[in-house]
Ligand binder design. Structure first.
Ligand code: UDP
Ligand code: MG
Length: 151
């Protein structure tokens, strides 16, 4: 297990519109994960289709792509021990109705089609998503002063 595992997290258009960017970023910062990359961007339809390509045969895929394209998103890479799995725990379940209080989806949203945040579901998909959303030079290399106090 590596302290340098990376996950791709994105605040969806509803999270942006509802003013939740700061609260969501704060949770990842407070946890101790290290921010490696971040951009505020209106994603293209082609990028979003590719991002959700595994779901292309699901009935909600076209609406999902429209939802994700309906406004800007905050795309981020966070790094740390078990960042992928812990990130998913912090998000909660896909359906906010099944998400426990204390999770992001459990605390801030109601419907599966407006669940405010994305997080990679495996190290493999994290790497694919990071490469899709960021150029290698957009990933920052630096030493976090908190590192020795976290590990
Ligand atoms: N989604 C939806 N209806 C569903 C299932 C999923 O609108 O019945 C949307 C929802 O925004 C979800 C996204 O599709 O976050 C991707 O689905 P996935 O199963 O990958 O869930 P996630 O990994 O985001 O928890
Ligand atoms: Mg998923």
């Amino acid at each position: 297990m590596s302290n340098e595992e990376r996950t791709f997290i994105a605040i969806k258009p509803d999270g942006v519109q509802r003013g939740l960017i700061g609260d969501i970023i704060k949770r990842f910062e407070q946890k101790g994960f290290k921010l490696v990359a971040m951009k505020f961007t209106q994603a293209s339809e082609s990028l979003l289709k590719e991002h959700y390509i595994d779901l292309k045969d699901r009935p909600f895929y076209p609406e999902l792509v429209n939802y994700m394209a309906s406004g800007p998103v905050v795309a981020m890479v966070w790094e740390g021990l078990n960042a992928v799995k812990t990130g998913r725990v912090m998000l909660g379940e896909t359906n906010p109705a099944d998400s426990k209080p204390g999770t992001i989806r459990g605390d801030y949203c109601i419907q599966v089609g407006r669940n405010i945040i994305h997080g990679s579901d495996s190290v493999k998909s994290a790497n694919t998503e990071i490469n899709l959303w960021f150029k290698p030079e957009e990933l920052c290399s630096y030493e976090s002063c908190a590192h020795t106090w976290l590990y």
